[in-house]
Design a binder for this molecule. Structure first.
Ligand SMILES: [Zn+2]
Length: 197
């Protein structure tokens, strides 16, 4: 993507450059993560708004993605979450896509990892760590409660926190890939069972 096609609005050069650097960082991490490039959905446009990730189709049937992120001075990590949608869509991690919580939970786990790497220390990181300290049984109960309340954004952190707890902190990417491989090999693989929920 050309820098000129990235957030082409009236933000300050500093803020645009901050987001551009974080976007490039996340794309490089996704490249390192994906065992097969064809699983990655190319991101063609980054716009202000959302946040969301949306799949688009070219006339000949190939896919690309557009992401929207709210451009703010204090919550930069959301772009990591949105970039990771391009890694898990069409992947074994996405197999339960009808159950959106796991897809967004993987995006939140990826966001957490990258925010720690970049020392962003946002409210998001603090909230995620609070969830990571809760026992599985309590998280399972609270997740169900939150789901019932229809608070969709909030429901991702309980599941993301289980992903992060189950992954070796010194080898997050290897841990993700191991889950990826297990799900590739086993059609009945259950993320609920894997993460004790
Ligand atoms: Zn998402």
């Amino acid at each position: 993507m050309l820098h000129s096609d990235f957030l082409p609005t009236s933000y300050s050069a500093n803020l645009r450059n901050t987001y551009w650097d974080l976007f490039q960082y996340a794309c490089n991490r996704v490249e390192a993560f994906c065992p097969c490039n064809k699983l990655r959905v190319e991101i063609r446009h980054v716009l202000d708004g959302g946040p969301n990730w949306s799949l688009k189709q070219n006339p000949e049937g190939s896919s690309f993605a557009t992401i929207k992120v709210p451009v703010t001075h204090d919550d930069h990590g959301v772009i990591f979450h949105e970039v990771f949608h391009s890694a898990f869509h069409f992947s074994p991690l996405w197999r339960d896509h009808k159950n959106i919580k796991w897809g967004d939970a993987f995006c939140d786990a990826f966001r957490y990892i990258l925010e720690k790497e970049k020392s962003l220390n946002s409210v998001f990181v603090g909230d995620m760590e609070a969830w990571m300290h809760k026992p599985d049984t309590e998280v399972a109960d609270e997740s169900i409660q939150n789901t019932n309340q229809g608070n969709e954004l909030f429901t991702y952190k309980p599941y993301g926190s289980r992903i992060l707890n189950a992954c070796d902190p010194s080898a997050y990417y290897a841990s993700f890939l191991s889950i990826w491989d297990e799900r590739n090999a086993n059609p009945s693989h259950s993320l609920e069972t894997y993460f004790n929920l």
